[in-house]
Write a protein that binds this ligand. Structure first.
Ligand SMILES: [Zn+2]
Length: 502
């Protein structure tokens, strides 16, 4: 992508939003749906007067006020500090305009099936297993649609998606294509139906699992090949973690990833047990072992990273341009924190991932920063703690936009530039509870008071998903009702097993 389609000066006005409305060339619209072509994309729309996140601005300012952005079809075609004439105008004064947010780690169908059940300390394992065992394809699609609509509603326009099985990956692909989300999807290997005996079993159990895992890899590769050519949903290899693979399965995954060219998405050193097991079996940390096996030759997303070797692993991730996806809701609301501060100090590129239980992208950006700051404060009181730096809202936003897009080798995503994809998120940062009644001078900080409900507009590839605060990408009521029916079935089955009493 070349430079921005505007000349950015260095005057004070960049640092302060206008204190009066700028002159308008046409009445601004709010609440109206934009005109769309037969492919569902906006014809000619202007988002006027936003504070925009321009990560590549020539003068180094990352948020520039009073920016207008014109979208035609799937692309941003004009960016200006002056009001843009023509097109259908949406007034975004008081809003922060961000590139579409990319979650580097999701298991979409698993979100609402565990939410509200696990926060007191129960395991997520059984509800997730029931999703796989007991829902038919229609019910699974209903669950996927509910969760994906939530992600879109909250500004998550793209998912690096490790569906919990190949069947769930197929469901994600069907639903994402229907709703118009952008994704890199694979079925977790081993899938959730085979995972736990392999993950928590002996070395002999792992060895015995090898043939079935190789077959799963073959089927996942075939599925990923079938997605080639579709612009928005692509296949990606998604091994569960280093401690559920053998040298042979890792080699097969590396071969498949090489063929697909979309890289690897995995859980990486997600606990001390994993790191110790891999060290014992292979004499290497999980990061070293995956690297040597060729899994880091392309894009690489590793989630959690709660027990790495800080002396050797960061250099590898830096060298290959890999992403650590930190997931503040990994255990549902509450629970342990993740090493966002240590990763920043170690120079690792960090994205904020959704993981499973909460699908509110703005909320998770906020939680990553707040929990990261709390963790950094506690670390600073511990002698011999690893080096750490408290994260800021800028770190989190950068990680979910340009950093993630670059790791995916997608120079057309994660930035607001002329020629970039029209994946955009507008967040109201001036209203009650989030702002101060006027466009704020440093709106990234206002994100720390916001949630997905503060999102006013979402576009993915030029298609409107959220308009004036409402999800319009599909029939929201029908999606919620069908998602609720699937959840009720899961709860009924759990109750029949006595799961709630256990
Ligand atoms: Zn996960």
């Amino acid at each position: 992508m070349s430079g921005l389609g505007l000349a950015i000066g260095t005057g004070d006005s960049l640092l302060r939003p206008a204190d009066h409305a700028h002159p308008r060339t046409a009445p601004a619209r709010r609440g109206a749906h934009l005109g769309t072509a037969s492919d569902g994309r906006v014809v000619d729309a202007v988002f006027q007067g936003a504070s925009a996140w321009l990560a590549n601005a020539e003068d180094g300012h990352e948020v520039v006020h009073d920016i207008s952005v014109r979208i035609e079809g799937a692309r941003i075609v004009e960016i200006s500090r002056a009001p843009i004439v023509g097109g259908e105008m949406i007034d975004l004064s008081g809003h922060l305009l961000l590139p579409g947010l990319i979650s580097g780690h999701t298991h979409v169908a698993g979100g609402s099936s565990t939410r509200g059940l696990i926060e007191g300390g129960r395991s997520y394992a059984r509800p997730l297993a029931i999703v796989e065992e007991s829902l038919d394809d229609d019910e699974l699609d209903a669950l996927t649609a509910f969760n994906l609509a939530e992600l879109l509603r909250s500004g998550c326009t793209a998912q690096v998606e490790m569906s919990l099985s190949l069947r769930q990956a197929r469901s994600y692909a069907r639903v994402a294509q229907r709703l118009g989300a952008r994704g890199w999807v694979g079925g977790m290997v081993p899938g959730i139906g085979r995972l736990f005996p392999v993950w928590f079993g002996t070395d002999a159990d792992l060895a015995a699992s090898e043939a079935d895992t190789l077959e799963e890899i073959r089927q996942n590769l075939e599925f990923a090949r079938s997605l080639r050519g579709d612009g928005l949903v692509q296949g990606m290899m998604t091994p569960h973690a280093a401690d559920t693979q053998t040298p042979a399965t890792l080699a097969a995954i590396a071969d498949a990833a090489r063929e697909l060219g979309t890289g690897i998405h995995t859980h990486l050193s997600q606990g001390a047990r994993e790191t110790e097991t891999v060290l014992r079996r292979h004499g290497r940390t999980p990061t070293q072992w995956l690297h040597e096996a060729g899994l880091m030759d392309g894009p690489f997303f590793g989630a959690h990273f709660t027990a790495p070797d800080w002396t050797v692993d960061p250099a590898i991730l830096q060298q290959i341009g890999g992403i650590y996806a930190t997931c503040p809701s990994a255990g549902g609301a509450g629970g342990d924190t993740q090493p966002f501060p240590e990763a920043l100090a170690a120079g690792i590129a960090v994205n904020v991932g959704i993981d499973t239980h909460s699908n509110d992208m703005i909320e998770n950006v906020k939680l990553a920063v707040l929990l990261g700051q709390a963790r950094a404060a506690l670390l600073s009181r511990i002698p011999d703690a690893p080096p750490h730096r408290a994260p800021t809202a800028t770190d989190a936003v950068r990680g979910c936009t340009i950093t993630a897009a670059d790791a995916l080798r997608r120079a057309d995503l994660g930035r607001i530039e002329v020629g970039a994809a029209a994946d955009l998120v507008a967040v109201n940062v001036s209203g009650m509870l989030v702002g101060s009644g006027a466009p704020p001078p440093e709106p990234l900080n206002n994100l720390l008071y916001a949630s997905g409900r503060s999102v006013s507009w979402v576009l993915v590839d030029g298609r409107v998903q959220v308009a004036d605060g409402s999800f319009v990408g599909a029939d929201a009521e029908a999606i919620v009702a069908a998602g609720g029916d699937a959840a009720r079935k899961i709860w009924t089955l759990l109750e029949a097993e006595g799961w709630f009493e256990a």
